[in-house]
Design a protein around this ligand. Structure first.
Ligand SMILES: NC(=O)c1ccc[n+]([C@@H]2O[C@H](COP(=O)([O-])OP(=O)(O)OC[C@H]3O[C@@H](n4cnc5c(N)ncnc54)[C@H](O)[C@@H]3O)[C@@H](O)[C@H]2O)c1
Length: 431
């Protein structure tokens, strides 16, 4: 039986390389579609947790994972030799930047090498990690082909960008349309047949490059528009205009406008990082992606701007930042999740510590907050603790925080998320 037939019959075994924020929800969706899944991890702890039916990803309920594990549909392993059991394998490993803001493809290379060592004819490999156009064919394909199997005839290869939005109550892995671009039309056909087994809508495109670029366009679109509104925020402050009111007014236009909000800076694994993958690749074509560079510049300045505003707010109380006790409220990179990656709270806290502030934090989702090797103490959100602060700085507005208590008890609050829009209080300063 060929790959397409096995996929369409439901006989195919699926593999997921990397069981993180992207890979674990993907494995669960595969299992929900009735498919048997083997998850491959370098972390023995994560593999053991999955095999015990315990989820460490907030979007994956433990009960659900446990059900699929006990039904024998999901298992995890660190033994990459078992890749040969799989008919289709999706790579979901990290794609960070190095210190020079250049793509670090080492995880992707390592994952592809582990597959290549156990590749067999008629297998499909898809890459889901966000990366620059050209990666699938320039980095992944040569590694897969080095044993002699050819992509398009012996094996199949496609890029299909992950679009997961952690914490989104409406759009999850299953109902978010999936873009797929294969190296050849046969590769695209196989990848479409694979994803159709467990996702609602597949969007085939003509090439791996188009699929790779589409993901970057989505993230750059967000990055540039956030920078635009951040720039307008800084102008609005000087002009004494409330930018939040302006965005709310503009968004009543039923067409041609989409609201973006200012904030303390970009966070997460995608928006602050992915645009630089394209900027780096563009240089190979003697091309400078100026929108990306400019947006990066504006967004990277936001924590500095927040600190300036905090110092001005403290000034109204005749206080300096040095020696002030500041409670950082919400340190995860966005509301209602526990992910700290690239959170603007990190830079903001670092700047405050460098200036001699006494920084503590409260975040119902985050148990530990370490900034440049320094551990920031956690603080319960009580009336006494709030009263003992010189300022509260809201960086991330989680929905399970008692904001009424904060407004009642703190002397001064700088709100970078407009979380306190319903409070008209003298002690609240909006970014
Ligand atoms: N998290 C998101 O919201 C999101 C959204 C869209 C796209 N993406 C992209 O998806 C990719 C994965 O991101 P993530 O958030 O799931 O990362 P993650 O760090 O949560 O998970 C990656 C997992 O891969 C494992 N891993 C690393 N190297 C491995 C290897 N060689 N073999 C097997 N496992 C390995 C790690 O132990 C980790 O568990 C990235 O390219 C990211 O840009 C992430």
């Amino acid at each position: 039986m060929g790959l397409l037939e096995r996929l369409r019959n439901g006989d195919a075994v699926f593999g997921v390389i990397g069981l993180g924020y992207v890979g674990l929800p993907l494995a669960v969706e595969m299992a929900r579609g009735g498919n048997r899944v083997v998850g491959f991890e370098v972390s023995a702890e994560k593999a053991a947790e999955v095999n015990a039916g315990r989820s460490y990803i907030p979007d994956v309920p433990t009960e659900e994972l446990a059900e699929f594990v006990s039904a024998g549909l999901i298992e995890a392993t660190t033994d990459f030799g078992r890749v040969s059991e799989c008919d289709a394998v999706a790579i979901c490993v990290p794609t960070p930047l190095n210190k020079a803001k250049e793509p670090d493809v080492s995880y992707m290379v390592a994952a592809t090498e582990s597959i290549a060592d156990h590749l067999r004819p008629d297998m499909l490999v898809t890459l889901e990690s966000t990366t620059y156009p050209g990666t699938t064919e320039e980095v992944v394909q040569p590694i897969l082909e080095r044993g002699g199997l050819k992509v398009g005839t012996d094996i199949f290869l496609a890029f299909s960008p992950e679009r997961v939005d952690p914490g989104n109550p409406v759009y999850q892995t299953k109902n978010t349309p999936k873009v797929v671009g294969g190296v050849t039309p046969q590769c695209t056909e196989a990848a479409v047949a694979f994803y159709e087994r467990f996702l609602e809508q597949i969007v085939p495109v003509s090439s791996t490059r188009a699929a790779e670029m589409s993901k970057l366009l989505e993230n750059i679109f967000r990055c540039v528009n956030i920078a635009l509104v951040n720039e307008l925020l800084m102008l609005s402050e000087r002009m004494d205009v409330d930018i939040w009111e302006v965005v709310d007014a503009a968004k009543t236009k039923p067409f041609g406008f989409m609201p973006f909000y200012p904030g303390p800076g970009l966070g997460g694994h995608c928006i602050p990082i992915d645009p630089f993958y394209l900027a780096w690749k563009a240089r190979e074509y003697d091309f400078h992606t100026e929108f990306i560079e400019l947006a990066g510049k504006v967004n990277e300045n936001m924590p500095y701007y927040v600190i300036k505003r905090l110092m001005e707010a403290l000034n109204t109380r005749k206080k300096s930042l040095a020696g002030s006790r500041v409670l950082l409220l919400g340190v995860a990179y966005k509301s209602d999740i526990d992910d700290m990656r690239e959170s603007p709270a990190i830079k903001t806290a670092e700047l405050m510590l460098d200036k001699g502030a006494d920084v503590v934090y409260h975040d119902p989702f985050v148990n530990e907050f370490v900034v440049a090797g320094r551990s920031v103490p956690a603080c319960d959100l009580t009336a006494d603790a709030l009263a003992a602060t010189d300022a509260v700085l809201i960086i991330t507005a989680h929905s399970n925080v008692d904001y009424a208590l904060v407004v009642d008890s703190a002397d001064l609050i700088l709100d970078t998320r407009n979380a306190l829009s319903s409070y008209d209080a003298e002690n609240v300063v909006k970014l």
